[in-house]
Each structure stands twice: as structure tokens, then as C-alpha cells.
Design a protein around this ligand. Structure first.
Ligand SMILES: Cc1cc2nc3c(=O)[nH]c(=O)nc-3n(C[C@H](O)[C@H](O)[C@H](O)COP(=O)(O)OP(=O)(O)OC[C@H]3O[C@@H](n4cnc5c(N)ncnc54)[C@H](O)[C@@H]3O)c2cc1C
Length: 504
């Protein structure tokens, strides 16, 4: 069995101090001394099964968490058990003999990841094996399971969310230990049996388990597919963009956009950060990453030179919230000061592996994060509407445009073939919330379909989730009922937010 550390009753705050709860107990899970990956998975799953059964018996709600980084209150539970997974952080290689005969992925591409391994730990493990992840978010401290649970994404326009790497999920309910794969099998039945799991091979259930917002059971491990290792070159600069550039981005003319500000090649990643007070007259902060072959002789530059840690920008929001005097100018000054400008086209190239494009994050303040995801080809149509309504509501900090493909998972917010995610990051004050509300109202009034990040402030409710996801929501509920047919089992994972969202 794994070790269970009962830390007792306490008040717990999430990472950004946007939600708090009184816990019956905070519980930490720690790996035991098992001889191999399969044995670790089995031991942890059995430990979790026992905890969940006890919780069901005494009607104690359980909330599995990773890093607690979601600002939305999906990671809190009142008078329940908060079960931390960050010390379930091992990763394991897969041998070719462990693959199912139907598997079309090479064993070298697969990595078994315990739920609590952070994104950074997974980056490192993959790199040690000469592999790389395809995409990730702006930072790297989320647990891999937690990041998948909400569909964490970056701005790699040919990828969806981080959950797209996942090829199988080990999920524990109060009744069973499950190994969920798509209909096309990945790992051998024998290997899976040694993890102590029953097999479910079903495309719909797998698509539900990829992104579950913490409402489908307790994820103990994930099997992920990695890419051969590569490097990226960072170009990062402040530059004025024009309305026609928004049109290019809207049409997916990323190379043209890159050519205007960066290199004359297809970028792997591109991200403009705008000053909503004056998006065209004030300089935007641009970041491009271009794929490069792996070359171990290239020394890694410091993370800042790879554009890691743009979150520093959110710090300025705190000061901004105090006053709107000269708001646009102060914001611009702070944006440009916080953003290194020594990574332009003519500067010596900064090239490093994908894992070096993010860095550790330290909580700086109670922050507001909200976003809307819309079909990319609507960007030009909604750009003014979004910027104007955000400002009208009082939102005064930065607006970021990120581009992603349709992501895997029935509840993935990136649900159109090509998507633009518009992020609003700022201080956790009323004006940020009001600005975001105005954006939502304006999009609704204009009849523009959009979705919202499960892990960020979103003001969603069950009715709206049903509207936004339609049949995919029904399919997700069906899959949840396959995994946990008994309502008492689903109730173990109840918290106020998940009930409000209609997910429990
Ligand atoms: C500094 C910072 C930067 C960020 N950058 C980005 C970004 O670039 N892009 C983006 O999309 N998002 C971003 N986010 C949001 C963040 O990636 C997501 O909220 C993510 O879900 C957080 O992961 P976590 O491990 O902290 O999950 P938690 O907040 O701990 O949990 C999230 C949900 O998953 C559930 N859960 C966690 N672990 C398990 C498990 N093992 N089994 C079942 N359920 C589980 C929890 O109960 C909860 O419902 C950022 C957040 C911060 C604080």
C-alpha cells in the first residue's frame, strides 16, 4: 500500500487564494517501496480505493487535488477530505513487451505518469529519455492529472490541450480500480492486470475521462504519448500591431504574422499580449517559438531568455487595481518593463528544449484569471467587442491571445477545429470580475458561441454547461454513470462548484 498521511482538520486556501475551505482532514498520499511501476500503481490505487470506501461509508466528500492551482473553486471541499497527490510523482518507461498487439504507438513514445507528477517533472523525465511534450501551459507546477482535468493549454496552434498526450487513464472509484483506454488497445491485458485495474476500452468513456474536472473518480496514473525531443527558438519583443494583423491571426496566417514581427517561417507557438486600453497604439508583447532539431551541444539559456514566466505581468495588476489614473500608460510601462526585449530577430538566438520554455511560479497575489475560447475565424468579428466590454466593465490588465486546435476530451473548451483563447489576467478585485462578466454578456448578446476554462473564474452553471457542450455533455454524463453507476459513489466527489456545474 501507499502511505497515507492524515494532516488533520485545517483551513485550506487554493494556490491563488481565490477559494478556501474548512477541511475535515488534509490527507497526503506518498509512494511506498514497491519494486516497479506496475506495483506502485497497484499499491496507490488500492490505497485510494480504501480511502474512497471509508469516505462513502461515513459520507465524507473527497477532493483529490494536484497543485491546487485552479483559481475556480473546483479544488475545495467543505468539511471533507482534501487528498493531495503531489508526492505520487514517479514516471516509468514502458517496454515493448507491455504493448497490446493492436497498439500503433512505439513503446519508446510512451511514459507512465503518476497523477501528482508536475508538468515540470514530466518534462524532465521525457527529456531524459530523449522525448518531449508537444504542448503545455504558461507555467509548469500543475500536477499532470490536475492539468488534464481542466484542459490546460498553451498556444501551440497545431495542438489542443495537455490532455491530448494521454493514451490511458487509471481511475479509482469507491467501487473499482479502472484502466480506461480508447477502443483501440494500447497496453497488454497482462500489464494492466498487474496494475490491479479492470479494463474498459471504449472511445466515449475514454474521451470523458481525459477531461473530467475532478468529477469522474480519482485519477491515480496516466499513460502519455511523447514526441521525439526537439528544441525551440524564442523570439520575444514589444511591437505595435495593427488591426490587419488581428485579421491575419483570425485567418490562421501565422507565418505571415511571424514574418512581420519574427522569423520568416511557420511558428510553432505564437502569443500576443495586448494592452486593452489601447491595443493598436500601444505596443503588444509578442512571443514566438520556432521548432529546431535537438542539439545537446547548445547550452540552455536562462528560462527568462526563453520567454518563461510572463506571469510576472499579472503582478502589475495589483498596483493597477488601486487606481485608473493614467491607466493605459502605467500598464504599458509595467508591461514593457516586465518583458525582456533582448530576444528580437537580430539578437543572438535563444534556443532550448520545450521543457525550458516554462519555469517555476511563485504565488504573488490573489489573482484573477478568466478566459473565453471561440472559433478562431470569429476573432476579427469579436475583437473590438471583447476589448471594449472588458474595459467598460473596469477590466484593466492584460489580454492575451492564444491559438489551439480542437482538443481531445468531450468537455474540452477548445471544441472548434481551430480556436482562439482570449485570457484576461489581473488582480482578484471586483473590476476584473466585472470586466470578464461584460465580455461574457457581450458575446452572448452578439450570439457568438464560446466556452470557458474549467479551472479559471468562469461563472458557469449547469444550464450553461449543457448549452455549451450539448450532446458532448450528455455523453460525458453517460460515461460518468458507466464508471460510477451508483449515485452514492458520485456523491463522494461532490463539492459546491461541481454540483453547480451539473457535473455531480
Ligand atoms: C500560475 C498559473 C499559470 C497557469 N497557466 C495556465 C495556462 O497557461 N493555461 C491553462 O490552460 N491554464 C493555466 N492555469 C490553470 C491551471 O493549469 C489549471 O487550473 C490546472 O487544472 C491546475 O492543475 P492542478 O494540478 O493545480 O489542479 P488542481 O487545481 O489541484 O485541481 C484541478 C481539478 O482537478 C481535480 N483533480 C486534480 N487531481 C486529480 C486527480 N488525481 N484525480 C481526480 N481529480 C483531480 C481537482 O479536484 C480539481 O477539480 C494556470 C494556473 C496558474 C496558477
Amino acid at each position: 500500500m501507499a502511505h497515507v498521511l492524515h494532516l488533520g482538520h485545517q483551513v485550506w486556501n487554493n494556490y491563488h487564494q481565490t477559494a478556501a475551505c474548512n477541511l475535515k482532514s488534509r490527507i497526503e498520499l506518498i509512494n511506498g517501496d514497491q519494486p516497479n511501476g506496475r506495483a506502485h500503481l497497484k499499491a496507490v490505487a488500492k490505497t485510494v480505493l480504501a480511502l474512497l470506501r471509508e469516505a462513502r461509508q461515513y459520507q465524507i466528500p473527497v477532493r483529490p487535488i494536484g497543485a491546487g492551482w485552479s483559481p475556480s473553486p473546483i479544488n475545495v471541499v467543505e468539511d471533507g477530505w482534501l487528498v493531495e497527490t503531489l508526492r505520487l510523482n514517479r514516471t516509468f518507461k514502458i517496454g515493448a513487451s507491455n504493448l497490446h498487439a493492436d497498439c500503433d504507438i512505439g513503446a519508446e513514445a510512451l511514459l507512465l505518469v503518476q497523477a501528482g507528477a508536475t508538468v515540470d517533472e514530466v518534462y524532465e523525465s521525457a527529456e531524459e529519455l530523449g522525448r518531449s511534450l508537444r504542448t503545455g501551459g504558461a507555467s509548469n507546477g500543475q500536477s499532470f492529472a490536475g492539468a488534464c482535468a481542466t484542459g490546460t493549454h498553451g498556444s501551440v496552434w497545431q495542438a489542443g490541450g495537455i490532455q491530448d498526450h494521454v493514451r490511458a487513464v487509471q481511475l479509482v472509484t469507491p467501487e473499482r480500480i479502472l484502466w480506461i483506454e480508447p477502443t483501440r488497445a494500447c497496453l497488454s491485458d497482462d500489464f494492466i492486470a498487474q496494475t490491479g485495474s479492470e479494463i474498459i476500452r471504449d472511445d466515449r468513456i475514454f474521451a470523458a475521462a481525459l477531461l473530467h474536472v475532478g468529477a469522474m473518480g480519482f485519477v491515480t496514473a496516466l499513460l502519455i504519448e511523447t514526441d521525439p525531443i526537439y528544441m525551440v527558438q524564442n523570439i520575444q519583443k514589444a511591437a505595435k500591431i495593427r488591426r490587419e494583423h488581428i485579421d491575419w491571426l483570425c485567418r490562421g496566417e501565422f507565418r505571415k504574422f511571424s514574418c512581420a514581427f519574427g522569423l520568416n517561417e511557420e511558428p510553432y507557438f505564437q502569443q500576443p499580449i495586448l494592452n486593452p486600453c489601447d491595443p493598436f497604439d500601444k505596443k503588444a508583447l509578442l512571443r514566438f517559438l520556432y521548432k529546431r532539431p535537438y542539439d545537446p551541444s547548445i547550452p540552455s539559456p536562462p528560462p527568462g531568455e526563453m520567454g518563461a514566466g510572463y506571469d510576472a505581468l499579472t503582478l502589475l495588476g495589483k498596483a493597477m487595481a488601486e487606481s485608473d489614473f493614467f491607466q493605459a500608460e502605467i500598464l504599458q510601462l509595467a508591461m514593457e518593463q516586465a518583458y525582456p526585449d533582448n530576444r528580437d530577430v537580430d539578437d543572438p538566438p535563444a534556443i532550448a528544449t520545450w521543457g525550458c520554455t516554462t519555469e517555476e511560479h511563485a504565488p504573488i497575489a490573489s489573482l484573477f484569471n478568466g478566459s473565453v475560447t471561440i472559433e478562431r475565424n470569429k476573432l476579427s468579428e469579436v475583437f473590438d467587442l471583447i476589448i471594449d466590454s472588458f474595459r467598460r466593465g473596469g477590466g484593466g490588465t492584460v489580454v492575451t491571445l492564444r491559438f489551439v486546435r480542437k482538443a481531445n476530451g468531450l468537455l474540452a473548451p477548445a471544441r472548434w477545429p481551430d480556436n482562439v483563447v482570449i485570457d484576461f489576467d489581473g488582480p482578484n478585485v471586483e473590476s476584473s470580475h466585472q470586466g470578464y462578466k461584460k465580455v461574457v454578456e457581450a458575446l452572448d448578446d452578439a450570439g457568438i458561441a464560446f466556452t470557458r476554462h474549467w479551472g479559471k473564474t468562469n461563472n458557469l452553471n449547469e444550464w450553461r454547461v449543457q448549452q455549451d457542450y450539448g450532446k458532448d455533455f450528455d455523453d460525458w454524463k453517460w460515461a460518468q454513470a458507466q464508471v460510477m453507476p451508483d449515485a452514492a459513489d458520485r456523491q463522494v466527489f461532490a463539492n459546491d462548484e461541481l454540483v453547480k456545474l451539473g457535473l455531480i
